[in-house]
Design a protein around this ligand. Structure first.
Ligand code: ZN
Length: 314
């Protein structure tokens, strides 16, 4: 009994302490702007880039996941939680891309505008991954440029809602960006045609390019499923190796956000069977390139990937 009471007292003290910390944090992290700009926090680099394009001079965008970061495995740090708390608007991908951030994003949505940029993509345009039994949608929608245009529209609509004073500017900036994406979409379609039809096979470390393959006419194979959180086994390695050997595939691709060792094992396996496979280059799958480089933007990353793929397979 005595033990119980002291436990309860301890709990009340702890609860009071937590309340003080929360109140202090709230008063110092006013959700308002620095220099009058709308504070926006985005999870992946691709989403942050869209928010900067559509928001222009009226937003201050913080991206959480930098170059080389794998969103499937990403856990929010204390610093990230602060950046989410400070934002007036939060953008994330959704479709379980940020699998380990679901709870925190849900919690944030009770006090601010939180938008999954994929939510306006018509559900019939989505597909499931090979190892999800149809229960989970493939989250890598940015590789179909026309799907990503829906994301830009979702960003526009949320910014207009959060900051109606600049509605006209957001609409105009979105229109200009959407026009660029339309050009990009046509450019990708055309470029892939430079690869002989039988060689239009894209082999990567994980299944990030399903929408890309579907939109632009390539067969796509990944060693891991649509999430890098899934394990792969010796059977997956030997099946993919045999596919490369049997179909005379000459190049596979590594990804900037996934360790290269799995693909290296497959290349070594094919070599033992007398077939030479090269690494066709590094693709940006779930993270963009370094800030300030061409690949550090969404449009630049798509162009880099397509040039790399075409160069290796044509
Ligand atoms: Zn992925």
């Amino acid at each position: 009994m005595v033990k119980m009471r002291s436990f309860q007292r301890g709990f009340i003290t702890l609860a009071a302490l937590v309340l003080v910390i929360v109140l202090t944090a709230c008063s110092s992290n006013a959700e308002t702007s620095s220099g009058g700009k709308l504070q926006v926090t985005a999870t992946t680099g691709m989403i942050a880039d869209v928010a900067r394009e559509v928001g222009g001079a009226y937003v201050d965008v913080t991206g959480l996941m930098g170059p080389g970061v794998d969103p499937h495995l990403y856990k929010a740090s204390q610093g990230d939680i602060r950046k989410l708390e400070q934002a007036k608007v939060i953008f994330y991908n959704g479709l379980h891309l940020e699998g380990k951030m679901t709870d925190i994003l849900e919690k944030m949505s009770s006090s601010k505008l939180v938008t999954a940029v994929t939510e306006t993509i018509p559900v019939e345009e989505l597909h499931s991954g090979k190892d999800t039994g149809g229960t989970e949608y493939d989250p890598h929608v940015w590789f179909n440029v026309s799907h990503w245009m829906h994301a830009a529209e979702a960003v526009r609509d949320t910014l207009v809602e959060a900051d109606p004073d600049h509605a006209e500017e957001y609409k105009a900036q979105a229109e200009a960006y959407l026009a660029k994406l339309e050009v990009l979409d046509a450019e990708v379609r055309e470029k892939i045609l430079e690869i002989p039809e039988a060689s239009r096979v894209l082999v990567t470390a994980h299944d990030a390019f399903g929408y890309f393959g579907q939109a632009y006419g390539m067969k796509v194979m990944g060693l891991q499923g649509i999430s890098t959180a899934a394990e792969y086994g010796a059977k997956d390695v030997s099946e993919l190796r045999d596919y490369l050997v049997d179909n005379h595939i000459k190049a596979v691709f590594v990804e900037s956000s996934v360790p290269a060792k799995a693909m290296e094992a497959i290349i070594a396996g094919a070599a033992q069977k007398g077939h030479t496979v090269n690494i066709g280059g590094e693709l940006f799958s779930d993270a963009m390139g370094a800030e300030g480089t061409e690949e550090g933007t969404y449009i630049g990353m798509i162009r880099h990937n397509v040039e790399t793929i075409v160069e290796a397979l044509k």
